[in-house]
Design a protein around this ligand. Structure first.
Ligand code: MN
Length: 205
């Protein structure tokens, strides 16, 4: 049985960048719903129910046909949201990358501002519901990527380093249609320490 992981901070801790009501709904209702539906789909497949969700998504072709779409959508929803909670921390105005990742972002994107612009452009260009990511791609390079719905970078052979939920449920209560403002404020709550750890982990392979 998959279980809802607790937030690594309080519901109100990301405020004012992400408000408490959004965090409560997003974590307790939306994320829980993906887990309930994933568990429901796996009920008839006890061997598959024991596997880690990242392993299911990393080899979706192997998943039984009857539950493949449910695992893709709800397993993806479970993985993406679990990742999302961990990649955020209480906000700060001087929130900047650290460690090896800072060096690499400058090398690949020129500077932090250019990275932020490219990430935001990708987020705004994602039509409808989905996610924008900083990943290590299949060629081992740092890249910005988007996925539709609850598709996960793992399905594309990519390793996520940063991920931002751009479904309307992630921002609509506070930002309404202002996705750009939401993404701008997401940069204040990125947990760069976790991002750097994700980067190091991705490099190790
Ligand atoms: Mn979401």
């Amino acid at each position: 049985m998959h279980k809802l992981p607790p937030l690594p901070y309080d519901y109100s801790d990301l405020s004012p960048y992400i408000d408490e009501e959004t965090m409560r709904l997003h974590h307790d209702k939306h994320h829980q719903a993906y887990i309930d539906k994933l568990n429901g789909a796996l009920e008839k497949y006890p061997d598959w129910a024991e596997k880690a969700v990242a392993d299911l998504l990393g080899d979706l072709e192997a998943v039984p046909a009857e539950i493949k779409m449910a695992v893709r959508n709800h397993g993806g929803g479970h993985f993406n949201h679990s990742f999302f909670w961990e990649i955020m921390r209480p906000g700060r105005t001087d929130n900047v990358p650290e460690g090896e990742l800072l060096f690499k972002l400058n090398e690949v994107f020129g500077d932090l501002l250019s990275f932020k612009e490219k990430f935001t452009t990708a987020a705004l260009g994602q039509f409808g519901s989905g996610w924008v990511w900083l990943v290590q791609n299949g060629q081992g390079e740092l890249a910005i990527s988007t996925t539709a719905n609850q598709d996960s970078p793992l399905e594309l052979g990519q390793k996520p380093i940063i991920g931002c939920d751009v479904w309307e449920h992630a921002y609509y209560l506070k930002y309404q249609n202002r996705r750009a403002e939401y993404v701008d404020n997401f940069f204040a709550v990125i947990n760069w320490s976790v991002a750097d750890a994700n980067f190091k982990h991705a490099k190790l392979g």
